[in-house]
Design a protein around this ligand. Structure first.
Ligand code: FES
Length: 182
């Protein structure tokens, strides 16, 4: 049975009016219906706060990505002397920022490729495996084609950002980075 006293809901779980309830229940007057209402209100509050945190996080990621895209390229940065990197060899370097790790791989005598080391799935570091013609991501077994950076296996859907290269006087330079969606 449920009744109302002013704004307060008075309900005994056994259905008897509050006056007939045992003394301990009057000392601890937690009303079941009211308790459910508070629980729902708390749950709604939790949902709203969680959603707000999620949306804020998405905006932070978007803002970070946009500011990264709009950051001016630092110009040509020397990576390595071509003579010091054998065919099938790889070298890590920072580009365009000091915390942006990229990988340079010598594919054959005349060709070099370079990509960001950050997996486009969940940002783990990819590992060059030239003998298998791929960059491998050990986090979820993702793979990218060694020469194009395109995803070929596992969960990644987007290619690795490609670093543009130039060879001048026998030195390999990074000259820009392409963020690609396909
Ligand atoms: S983070 Fe690379 S496959 Fe998941």
């Amino acid at each position: 049975m449920t009744g109302r006293t002013g704004d307060r809901i008075a309900a005994g779980p056994d259905g008897r009016p509050l006056a007939e309830q045992p003394p301990w229940r009057r000392d601890f007057p937690v009303d079941t219906a009211e308790e459910n209402y508070v629980a729902r209100r708390d749950f709604t509050k939790f949902l709203v706060l969680t959603s707000a945190a999620f949306v804020t996080g998405q905006f932070a990621i978007l803002f970070g990505e946009l500011s990264r895209r709009n950051r001016p390229a630092p110009g040509a940065v020397a990576i390595v002397s071509a003579a010091n990197l054998p065919v099938g060899g790889a070298k890590a370097f920072a580009y365009p920022g000091e915390h942006d790790t990229c990988l340079l791989v010598r594919v054959d005598e005349t060709n070099f490729v370079a990509f960001s080391q950050e997996c486009t799935h969940l940002s783990c570091a990819v590992i060059p495996q030239p003998e298998q013609k791929r960059f491998f991501c050990p986090c979820h077994d993702g793979s990218f084609d060694l020469e194009t950076g395109r995803p070929i296996a596992g969960p990644p859907q987007r290619p690795l950002p490609r670093v543009n290269l130039e060879i001048r006087d026998g030195v390999v330079y990074a000259t820009g980075i392409e963020l690609r969606t396909l």
